[in-house]
Design a protein around this ligand. Sequence first.
Ligand code: KG4
Ligand code: ZN
Length: 339
Amino acid sequence: MTRTHFLALETSCDETAAAVFTDDLEVLANMVASQTELHARFGGVVPEVAARAHLQRLLPVIDEALRTAGIRLDQLGAIAVHNTPGLVGALLVGVSAAKMLALALEVPLLAVNHIESHVYACRLAAGRDIFPCIGLVVSGGHTTLFHCKSALQFERLGATRDDAAGEAFDKVASLLGLGFPGGPAVEHEAAGGDPNTHRFPRALLHDERLDFSFSGLKTAVLYALAGPNVSKVPPPPPGQTRADLAASFQQAVVDVLVAKSRQALRRTGLTRLAVGGGVAANRSLRSALEAMAKEEGTELFIPPLALCTDNAAMAAIAVEKWRRQEWASLDLDAVATVG
Ligand code: KG4
Ligand code: ZN
């Protein structure tokens, strides 16, 4: 039997990505053109710059994905796109391209949620079913716990009330003079520090709800750096002080993410945990989750690094929708946030 080939597009934030996969979940190409260098000098992602860069890069990235997969446009059987959530101008580039391709090729269009795709990256990497499970998505824009009843049935258990975990990493990196993106830089710095130097707050740790809050933690790092009466951001601290701050901050984030995941597992009685999003690339978090999963008798799924950060292969959740013929219509819109 011939397989159906999917082309998937991701342009929700600052990575321009295209992937080719099949209906039996073999990934033939997963191309990502990062815009990090464009945004680094601003210390964060500039939406307008991101949208323009997607416009310039998307077609070459699609070409490269097709070439790598050895597939021609006319061999594609479906087009998938992340249409929510993200920066609306950035999302629009991918959505417009996907609609144009679906129309021209006369193939189904599939709209997928970027956050749900981060969980599905675990299914893709595992090569077998992972549902039902607890899904933890920890990225630059989201920190959310889901009860994933099936690939297409996600129930939100809790989420951050302010900053996302990745956003906290990025802001603390900026305070510590570590550049952008902050996550990998803080992790690197933390490796040489003592996580017990500062006892930073673990917000909502003993709260019954499965929500998160990281904005107070960022302020606590600022106060540790410059005292409570600080009026302007101080210069970055010297060597060991900086490493100790980074390690103590990272430990606070890890403790909260692990504790809330444990709470979600116990509350639902589920024995599988799937973790996705850029922060899932963090080695301290990975090993703390591994230890917790072992204690709880839980199977832990964390994708390899390339499938943790933004990419288009994770949009293979579209295959599940395609099987049920849940096509999107050609008036599909980009939606910045989900309610
Ligand atoms: O999932 P992602 O690539 O994009 C969004 O959907 O937001 O996540 C990006 C976030 C950034 O905030 C980045 O600093 C963080 O993931 N990140 C990390 C690490 N690698 C990326 N945070 C902590 N440790 C890392 N190693
Ligand atoms: Zn993401």
